[in-house]
Structure formats: C-alpha cells, structure tokens
Design a protein around this ligand. Structure first.
Ligand SMILES: [Cu+2]
Length: 358
C-alpha cells in the first residue's frame, strides 16, 4: 500500500513539474466565423507596440495562473497585473462565442470547471477601472461524469471540442459594453491548500440588441475563497457531486451543446469609445460583409481546422507570413501579404483577401 501511494504522489508531482513552464491562455475568440486575436503572453509582453486587440493585457511571462490565495486581489479579475484591452469586438446578444485555448491540447492533467462571466463597463471597457467591474455568471460547467476517477470535467470537454469552449451571450442581456471573463480552474493540485490554478481570461465586447436584463454582479475579488468546496478539493477520489466556484448563473444563462467554430474571416477590433456609434458601425458592417461572403464559399473546408488556424496565429505585423485563414490583403490592409506554407492568398473581395489551403 505504501509504495502505491508514493508512486501516485510522484506521478502527480511529475505532472506538475512538466507543466510549470507552459500552462495556457486563450489565443483568440471566434464570433460567427470571425476571428479576433487575444493577448499572447508568450510574445506580446516583449513587444513595445503589441497588436491592438480585444484581449486584456497581462505581463504573465510564465503563462501561468492565479493562485487561490490571490482570489481576493485584483489579479483574479483578469489575470496577473492585467490592464484593459485596447479594443473591442461587437457581438449581438444571443451570439455564441468560441474561445480558443493554447497550448493544444490543454494539459489533460488540469481537470476542472469552465466558467464564464460578464461585467458591464459603462461607457468603455477600454478605460474602465477593473476594480469596479461587477461580474455575473452566464455559464458554468464542472464535473460532467465521475464514472472513472478523476472524472470527466468541463475542460476535458474543451479539449475534445477543438481545445476551445463555446459560450452563448444571453439574448435578453441589455446592450452595452461588457468584459467577458472566461476561466478554467485546474484542480489537479487542488487537494492541497492553495493548490488549484485559476486561469481567468478577459475580452472586451460591445453587445448589441434590444434586451433589457441588467443583472447585478459581484466584484471578482469576492467571488472565491481559497477554501471553497470547489477550489480546495481532492479530485483523485470518487466524487458524488462538485460545487462550481463562484455565484450561481443568472436566470437567463443558457446551457448549450459544445461545438467548435470555423474561422472564415478576420475581424477588425474596434477602438475608441464604445458608445461611438458612427465609427463602430462602419467597422462592423465591413467585417460582417466579409464574413458573410466568405461563409458561403468556405463552408466545406473549415470544419475541424479551427485549432490549427488559431494555434499558429502569432504574427500580426506587416512582415512575416500570415496563418491559415488569416487575412492577407484587401483595401487598407497593412499586415502580412504572404501566406504560411500550404496556403495561398486568395482575393475574396476588394477589402478582404484570405490565406486558404493551397
Ligand atoms: Cu499548469
């Protein structure tokens, strides 16, 4: 008996060590086929002018996590020392958003729940004081099946789903500017105090629609404690139930079947005041038109390639090569015009060319 315990402890220890250098982050989101890049903690902190995008910035050089002991600090809001994203994406209430995690696959030892929140920003998510954001939960999935210890968890579903997660914005949410806070809580070490790993990821959204629901939220710093039953928990035993950390989902939260989301176009993040209707509308129309056109022509080729496309999208400058399904030309385009090996830059219309498989 003693030797069995030692071996399994050693196993857990080795898996911890193996992942200390690379845990994970969300590289991009996909909304109705339109790709929006997020913050890349592996490269963006080293760039003086990182690409303007919708992902909150964090000097998270270890690609790491927030610890349970820090769940009462500002780091839990949008990751370690996070600062506002410089832009936002426009989505409609009721839209489904796919969040693509890196690395592929997400380390499979890191079992745990996947939770999603929104917080209203008021005038602008680009300038809002993050410590004032009040979050309400729109989705929470925890232990899916415990037939085989340590169980099949939401993040195992995520791995099986193209290494990404689909969340639906409730259709009745009032329009406005919101931070989407998406999070995996990894429980492989959660049997020890301060052993869980929290991976919050934030994105700026301008949600459109005619909904009226404005849920009350809570400060992120008061959502969790280190001893919550869903945070301090040994998952290497049969569990009859699992209590997902944080507040309960709002009544309007929608439970959906997980599916991946094909990339058919690259979106242009919107900068400036979220309330600036004129600028926002112009950009949105352009993006939507490109996406719609492309959807009709690429429906059959972009089914399970989401992972590949997103995994390699780290180039954003005017030099270098563009990744599969990325933009490579069009009116006003200043980014890369050469496609990665195996793809050819194909003109879709006057304002959008795309790297498609050769
Ligand atoms: Cu890890």
């Amino acid at each position: 008996m003693k030797s069995i315990i030692s071996t399994s402890l050693l196993g857990s220890f080795l898996s911890l060590v193996a992942h200390t250098t690379a845990h994970g982050y969300v590289s991009n989101i996909v909304v109705n086929g339109v790709y929006y890049r997020g913050w890349n903690p592996s490269s963006d902190p080293y760039t003086s002018t990182p690409p303007v995008n919708i992902g909150w910035k964090t000097p998270n050089l270890s690609n790491g996590f927030v610890t349970p002991d820090d769940t009462d600090t500002a780091d839990i809001i949008c990751h370690i020392n996070a600062t506002n994203a410089a832009a936002h994406a426009t989505v409609a209430a009721g839209d489904k958003i796919y969040l693509q995690w890196q690395p592929v696959p997400w380390p499979d030892s890191h079992h745990g729940p996947v939770v999603d929140y929104l917080a209203s920003c008021g005038a602008s998510c680009e300038t809002v004081d993050k410590t004032t954001l009040k979050f309400f939960k729109i989705s929470g999935v925890g232990l899916v099946d415990d037939t085989t210890v340590p169980g099949y968890w939401a993040d195992d579903q995520l791995i099986a789903n193209g290494n990404g997660w689909l969340v639906q914005i409730p259709s009745t949410i009032a329009p406005g500017n919101y931070v989407l806070r998406h999070e995996i809580i990894a429980l492989h070490g959660a049997g020890s105090a301060n052993g869980a790993q929290l991976y919050p990821q934030c994105f700026n959204l301008q949600i459109t629609g005619s909904g009226t629901v404005q849920p009350a939220g809570v400060l992120a710093t008061s959502m969790y404690t280190p001893t919550d039953p869903g945070i301090l928990i040994n998952i290497y035993q049969a569990l009859s139930s699992y209590i997902i950390p944080g507040p309960s989902p709002i009544a309007q939260a929608v439970s959906i079947v997980q599916a991946s989301s094909a990339i058919t176009a690259t979106g242009t993040p919107t900068t400036g005041s979220g309330g600036g209707a004129a600028t926002t509308a112009t950009t949105t129309v352009r993006t939507t038109t490109g996406a719609t056109t492309l959807t009709t022509t690429t429906t059959t080729k972009a089914t399970t390639t989401t992972t590949t496309a997103a995994a390699t999208t780290t180039t954003g400058g005017s030099s270098g090569t563009q990744t599969l399904y990325g933009q490579c030309g069009g009116s006003g385009w200043t980014g890369p015009t050469v496609c990665v090996s195996g793809a050819t830059c194909s003109v879709q219309n006057a304002w959008y060319s795309q790297c498609l498989p050769s």
